[in-house]
Design a protein around this ligand. Structure first.
Ligand SMILES: Nc1ncnc2c1ncn2[C@@H]1O[C@H](COP(=O)(O)OP(=O)(O)OP(=O)(O)O)[C@@H](O)[C@H]1O
Ligand SMILES: [Mg+2]
Length: 272
């Protein structure tokens, strides 16, 4: 049956940041990619669609910001995203307590997501980066079924074992009926680099997981991001952009952004 998708006229590309597992750095990668793209001069929005553990408000020190304000646009009530570091930011966390959200049933998740996408006054965006919950569930299905998703980035850690969840996630992302192109893999926490010794690499979590996935699915390994104290410190204290003070981290995210930009030609909308 043909699916009618919402057309978001003002948003050129929607990119999902996903992974099979929790805690691998999706939110960090989504925020870092969005920031790097904005620094390149693109207009960028960041949507935190992680109903089970929204972390974008913390990353951007918006935990106490309250609800977004409303505006009237051509007779329609719209929400204004928060703006930080040149990004337009909207999070499911501005509206619900996580304890509330975890008991939501599919239709409620779908409704809230739909509203966050269609009733936010995003303005004109080159990219809307979407931070998704771990695994594959209602959020991913709704996004891909109801909107034209240009591509997905899969975040993983370097362990070769326990990639099962990632395979499952890629399987869903590449599903014939609803899937979106997988733009590539980001291997996060690829090695440990102490801030004081930026040239040293310790492979704490093994090696090669990102490359393995990239070869298996024939998609690029877009970036390897080191494990670095600067990332967790800055992210936990709401100064996410501060992670770029470390040149290795800045470089890794700039590389990711430029690979995403140069893949433009492979973006395609999936029309049913
Ligand atoms: N490269 C890194 N170096 C150091 N710390 C990191 C790195 N990447 C992520 N972290 C830290 O690891 C924790 C988990 O990262 P993050 O919240 O981005 O993962 P996630 O996949 O979004 O998790 P969840 O599945 O809960 O949404 C955070 O405290 C974050 O600051
Ligand atoms: Mg997260």
């Amino acid at each position: 049956m043909p699916v009618k998708k919402n057309v978001l006229e003002n948003i050129k590309k929607i990119i999902l940041v996903s992974s099979g597992k929790g805690g691998v750095g999706k939110s960090t990668v989504a925020a870092g990619l969005a920031l790097s793209l904005a620094r390149e001069g693109y207009s960028v929005g960041l949507l935190d669609a992680d109903i089970f553990g929204p972390s974008v408000p913390t990353l951007f020190q918006l935990g106490d910001a309250g609800r977004p304000s409303g505006t009237d646009k051509n007779g329609k009530k719209m929400m204004l995203p928060f703006e930080k570091f040149g990004l337009k930011i909207m999070s499911i966390g501005f509206f619900v307590e996580p304890s509330q959200a975890v008991i939501w049933r599919g239709p409620m998740v779908t409704n809230v997501l739909r509203q966050l996408l269609t009733e936010t006054d995003w303005g004109k965006l080159d990219f809307l980066i979407v931070d998704t919950p771990p695994g594959t569930g209602d959020v991913h299905i709704t996004l891909m079924q109801e909107f034209y998703v240009s591509g997905a980035i899969v975040v993983t850690t370097p362990q070769k074992v326990a990639l099962d969840d990632v395979h499952r996630a890629i399987g869903m992302l590449t599903d014939d009926a609803i899937g979106a192109p997988v733009l590539g893999i980001v291997e996060n926490m690829a090695w440990f680099t102490p801030t004081k010794h930026p040239d040293e690499k310790y492979f704490l979590f093994g090696k090669g997981g990102g490359e393995l996935l990239s070869k298996k699915y024939n998609v690029p390994l877009l970036a390897q991001i080191p494990m670095n104290e600067g990332i967790s410190e800055n992210c936990d204290s709401g100064r996410v952009a501060g992670m770029f003070d470390d040149k290795n981290i800045e470089q890794a995210f700039d590389q990711l952004a430029s690979k995403v930009m140069t893949q433009k030609q492979s973006f395609k909308y999936i029309k049913n």
